[in-house]
Ligand binder design. Structure first.
Ligand SMILES: [Zn+2]
Length: 57
């Protein structure tokens, strides 16, 4: 089953900035960094429109 389309893999670790990233685990959004050894999840929250960008909560 395909819940969400697979995103493009990230180029850099968001924590240490290294490029030593590999997929991790069963989920397509899981990655691990071989440099800082962090395991993290890249997940899409949603989208916004430019018209709504100035909206305040
Ligand atoms: Zn890292």
């Amino acid at each position: 089953m395909t819940e969400t389309p697979r995103h493009a893999p990230p180029f850099y670790c968001p924590y240490c900035g290294e490029e030593n990233i590999r997929p991790h685990g069963e989920e397509s959004s899981g990655y691990r960094c071989g440099s800082c050894l962090r395991v993290w999840n890249l997940r899409l929250i949603g989208t916004i429109t430019t018209e709504n960008q100035e909206a305040t909560s």
